[in-house]
Write a protein that binds this ligand. Structure first.
Ligand SMILES: *[C@@H]1O[C@H](CO)[C@@H](O)[C@H](O)[C@H]1NC(C)=O
Ligand SMILES: *[C@@H]1O[C@H](CO)[C@@H](O)[C@H](O)[C@H]1NC(C)=O
Ligand SMILES: *[C@@H]1O[C@H](CO)[C@@H](O)[C@H](O)[C@H]1NC(C)=O
Ligand SMILES: *[C@@H]1O[C@H](CO)[C@@H](O)[C@H](O)[C@H]1NC(C)=O
Ligand SMILES: *[C@@H]1O[C@H](CO)[C@@H](O)[C@H](O)[C@H]1NC(C)=O
Ligand SMILES: *[C@@H]1O[C@H](CO)[C@@H](O)[C@H](O)[C@H]1NC(C)=O
Ligand SMILES: *[C@@H]1O[C@H](CO)[C@@H](O)[C@H](O)[C@H]1NC(C)=O
Ligand SMILES: *[C@@H]1O[C@H](CO)[C@@H](O)[C@H](O)[C@H]1NC(C)=O
Ligand SMILES: *[C@@H]1O[C@H](CO)[C@@H](O)[C@H](O)[C@H]1NC(C)=O
Ligand SMILES: *[C@@H]1O[C@H](CO)[C@@H](O)[C@H](O)[C@H]1NC(C)=O
Ligand SMILES: CC(=O)N[C@H]1CO[C@H](CO)[C@@H](O)[C@@H]1O
Length: 830
């Protein structure tokens, strides 16, 4: 999924400001508090479009903190309330992003300013921080429009939450900080351990906060001694209510259980149920599209059959309000609603470049093998370049400015899905999966036909904890209610022949494998020592596979230009204060700007660059009408460069002790040739756009070379991800149990099992050219055929082999015999 710069500056994480921040715009302002005499380095966010009322955070550091890393500071927070209400809350992230950093939150209540240390591993209500950070107040003020607190923060510059550790180094001369503020008060405001926070609605951002010599002060110790006040909690309010679950009905079994209703699971649900088998699709989240009972929508959609997910122009709302939508168990943004990524993304829909399959995939999964599956997918979801039902494209000034330059420079305009293999110096209008002016895609096609069959069932709000295995054979799954109405208990598969397919995504499926005792030894040890430990499958049945390795994503490098013709449209306002001309056009005829994905994407363009290592690397550029870094919206366009097929860097995803997942090793720019392609791509684009009159390069600007720009840009998932995560359960013939890199075989069956499959982005050996949704749907079409063609599992006779390190046959035995481990290499039906 694309991450808009709003997101990059925001909710999630990120250091969209990092490249500049380090160079310039975060110079501190010295502020001496009149009441205490303490001098701070502060970085005020002025009242204005970024935040109403303004926000200031400042620090005073121990005297030697600029040479020796400190682990404490005196902090200054000044935050705004709305309209004389003395309410609201604010917070800072001491590491920058919202996730995996120590968060300090503050809010006024009953004359005091309360605080709470928090830690988030996903984009949901942050957990209480469990480390020994200590906050003691020096002073606080509350008036009708602002609240402020000066506090000593000990053990605050390094943190550790359940084994996830991080730190901020004061001797580096800067910190990367994140801030948020919001108008509504927290729930349970006088009980910091039990607060509930509304999503921040009054701005957020990330910046590099530079220190000057006034940051550290010889008076620090004397100042710190003034910290004597702790605000006493008053609890007793209601705590969080339990989730209402439904027990798994007894006696129920299914031939196929598919875990995860996204780009992989939905097509499978359709194809497998079409074959007559009984099929259950389990989705962790609630319904999204109005078609299946979704209800989340802005006021102007009330009374229609549409939700926020159905209207293309509202797709970026996810970056403002993701409560109840984003997955809460991963540090990356993922959609935990019916449809998964295809419900929340910008809907980009590309006919695959055949070289992607041919270069990345093993024999059996080459483009020729996938031709029929590709036709089936594109006959059901043809996609469109002109989503508005009147056939017009709206607000194309930005497109025209850039496309004109590319054309003059000799790049060719193509209709992307008519010539999918023309991906070198070509440009195109954006192709979307939309139909009828609505999102469409797999939800509107495959799931509709599946839902019409009596042998198909769908469980929402239900999370799968693990598969239950007897050796290499899955007998059932253990489910838990994730939201109200979800199921709880153990669901059995059809005896002997039943199958489970994991389609829970690159993080979700990998985690499920690990919780089921399948993965690298270090990861299974973490599961064993977690709350799962006592009920985890016996270690004699663990299957060592390289789950979580080979993590890949399009490396994103944002560039920014401005041009006087560019016409910005505020898609965020389309949620709160929509232009009624535009909503009427949309509601009455599915026409106008709201049929196009936010934030007005295009042109799309591509280039292939051959590296010194002989490998051709694919670049895709996604332009969109919005500013990034400190270039404001208005006349700016961001052109995001994705490094795709050919990139050789890979990373790793791992599981945490609290059973979340993190990107523990980012897959970006470990190889000089990968970096050279990124730089060359920017140089080539600068040259191509040279003839565009009145175009200004903001990032990189005229005085910064492309090489310096790329070399100085931080390499972190927060500012470089595209959220096209793939690869954690790679497909291949080199069995990972014997040192190979593959987790699933060519039938997508997990090595060492006879009825467990993975079909989603995790099986991809690497990222393709474009946004991957269509590729995942095609892979699912293909997998459905291969899985249906597999002979039914047949139990072994008495004395037959039924397991062992290299075993690829059936792991079941004819009654009354059972499969018994003789040694790691041999199990026998006895
Ligand atoms: C160009 O960008 C660099 C780094 O972001 C900045 O330091 C410099 O001031 C900018 N120059 C101009 C002319 O804007
Ligand atoms: C926690 O930190 C405070 C402040 O540094 C210290 O006084 C206290 O002893 C620490 N407690 C533990 C359990 O480490
Ligand atoms: C409110 O408090 C702030 C300090 O937090 C102060 O600067 C401001 O002047 C006060 N405003 C009023 C109206 O008292
Ligand atoms: C699943 O199968 C087991 C063993 O055959 C049985 O005890 C259990 O009741 C079944 N569960 C359900 C929900 O039917
Ligand atoms: C909403 O209703 C229209 C008109 O009947 C239909 O074409 C469209 O598919 C429906 N969309 C959803 C999301 O239900
Ligand atoms: C799923 O949970 C959502 C949010 O709590 C709720 O609105 C919806 O009714 C639930 N759906 C089902 C099928 O229980
Ligand atoms: C497996 O578990 C047993 C018993 O809990 C333990 O003694 C043994 O060391 C474990 N083996 C591995 C490889 O973890
Ligand atoms: C609303 O959008 C239309 C174009 O659809 C535009 O002409 C009009 O100026 C906009 N109105 C406002 C108040 O922005
Ligand atoms: C891409 O096109 C350019 C311009 O025609 C050409 O120089 C370059 O070799 C092509 N790249 C590859 C990998 O073929
Ligand atoms: C460039 O800007 C100048 C002055 O701002 C204007 O007169 C001219 O028309 C512009 N040219 C183009 C091609 O936009
Ligand atoms: C220092 C100060 O007063 N800051 C802000 C307090 O809030 C009002 C309105 O919300 C702002 O106008 C002030 O700038």
């Amino acid at each position: 999924m694309r991450s808009s710069s709003r997101f990059l500056g925001a909710l999630a994480s990120v250091a969209s400001l990092l490249p500049t921040a380090f160079a310039q715009s975060s110079t501190p302002v010295t502020y001496t508090d009149a009441g205490t005499g303490i001098t701070f380095n502060t970085w005020p966010v002025p009242a204005g479009s970024q935040t109403a009322g303004g926000f200031t955070f400042g620090v005073a550091l121990p005297s030697n903190a600029l040479t020796v890393d400190a682990n404490e500071f005196i902090g200054y927070l000044q935050c705004s309330s709305k309209d004389a209400t003395s309410t609201g809350w604010c917070g800072v992230s001491l590491g920058g992003p919202m996730t995996n950093s120590l968060l300090v939150t503050a809010w006024p209540a009953g004359g005091d300013v309360y605080t709470s240390f928090r830690y988030a591993t996903g984009y949901s209500m942050p957990d209480l921080y469990t480390g020994n950070a200590t906050l003691t107040q020096i002073s606080s003020t509350i008036n009708s429009t602002n609240f402020s607190v000066i506090f000593r923060c000990q053990n605050c510059l390094s943190w550790n939450q359940g084994g996830q550790a991080g730190a901020a180094s004061t001797s580096a001369g800067y910190m990367v900080l994140g801030w948020v503020q919001a108008f509504p008060s927290p729930g349970n405001p006088t009980c910091p351990n039990q607060i509930t926070l509304n999503q921040h609605d009054n701005g957020m951002g990330i910046f590099g906060a530079q220190f000057d010599s006034a940051a550290a002060n010889p008076s620090y110790t004397a100042w710190a001694a003034k910290a004597t006040k702790t605000v006493t909690a008053s609890c007793g309010g209601p705590t969080t209510t339990a989730i209402a679950s439904v027990p798994v009905p007894t006696g129920l079994t299914y031939d196929y259980v598919i875990v995860g209703g996204g780009a992989g699971g939905i097509p499978l649900a359709d194809k497998l149920s079409e074959s007559g088998k009984s099929v259950l699709l389990i989705e962790k989240g609630p319904a999204s599209s109005g078609r299946f009972g979704g209800t989340m929508k802005p006021d102007w959609l009330v009374g229609t059959n549409l939700t926020r997910f159905d209207v293309p122009g509202l797709c970026n709302q996810i970056w403002v309000d993701s409560a109840g939508i984003a997955c809460t168990d991963t540090d990356q943004m993922a959609g935990c609603v019916l449809g998964g990524g295809t419900a929340v993304n910008a809907g980009l829909w590309w006919k695959p470049y055949t070289l992607d399959w041919d270069y990345l995939f093993p024999t059996g999964w080459k483009s020729a093998d996938l031709a029929a599956a590709t036709s089936r997918v594109f006959s059901r979801i043809p996609g469109t370049d002109t989503p508005s039902k009147d056939g017009k494209l709206y607000l194309q000034e930005g497109f025209n400015a850039l496309a004109g330059g590319l054309k003059t420079a000799g790049w060719s305009q193509v209709t992307a899905n008519n010539s999918p293999n023309q991906k070198n110096r070509t440009f195109a209008h954006t192709a979307y999966m939309y139909s009828n002016g609505e999102r469409g895609g797999p939800l509107a096609t495959y799931l509709v036909s599946a839902k019409g069959r009596s042998n198909f069932n769908l469980w929402l709000n239900t999370t799968v904890k693990r598969v239950i295995r007897e050796g290499g054979h899955v007998t059932g799954i253990e489910v838990e209610a994730f939201r109200n109405g979800g199921y709880q208990g153990v669901l059995n598969l059809t005896s002997i022949t039943g199958r489970v397919i994991l389609s829970a995504g690159t993080f979700g499926s990998a985690k499920l494998l690990m919780r089921s005792g399948i993965g690298p030894a270090d990861q299974l040890a973490i599961v064993k020592s977690s709350t799962d430990g006592p009920t985890m499958v016996n270690n004699a049945s663990w299957i060592n596979l390289p789950v979580g390795y080979n993590l890949d994503d399009h490396l994103n490098t944002d560039t920014v230009i401005s041009h006087p013709d560019v016409n910005f449209y505020d898609f965020y306002q389309a949620w709160t204060k929509p232009n009624t001309t535009d909503t009427s056009k949309y509601l009455n005829g599915r026409t106008g700007i709201l049929t196009q994905a936010a934030p007005n994407i295009g042109p799309m363009f591509w280039e292939e660059i051959k590296g010194a290592d002989g490998i051709v690397r694919q670049l895709q550029w996604t332009s969109r009408v919005e500013g990034s870094f400190d270039t404001p919206n208005g006349k700016a366009m961001t052109m995001s460069q994705y490094l795709g097929r050919g990139a050789t860097s890979r990373g790793r995803m791992t599981i945490t002790p609290n059973l979340g997942t993190v990107v523990s090793d980012v897959p970006y720019l470990k190889d000089a040739n990968d970096k050279a392609a990124v730089i060359q791509g920017i140089v080539n684009l600068q040259n191509a756009l040279k003839t565009v009159k009145n175009l200004t390069w903001n990032y990189p600007n005229a005085s910064v070379s492309a090489a310096d720009y790329v070399n100085n840009m931080v390499v972190s998932y927060s500012n470089r991800r595209s959220n096209h995560w793939m690869g954690t359960a790679k497909i291949g013939t080199d069995d990972g149990r014997s040192g190979g890199s593959a987790v699933v075989d060519l039938n997508t069956k997990v090595y060492g099992t006879d009825n467990l499959f993975v079909v989603d982005a995790s099986i991809f050996p690497g990222v393709p050219t474009t946004n991957p949704s269509s590729y995942i749907v095609i892979a699912a079409e293909q997998a459905s055929q291969r899985i249906l063609a597999l002979a039914a599992n047949a139990p072994n006779a008495r004395y037959g082999q039924c397991g062992g390190l290299q075993w690829t046959g059936s792991f079941t035995c004819k009654a009354p015999y059972t499969c018994q481990v003789q040694n790691p290499y041999y199990s026998q039906c006895l």
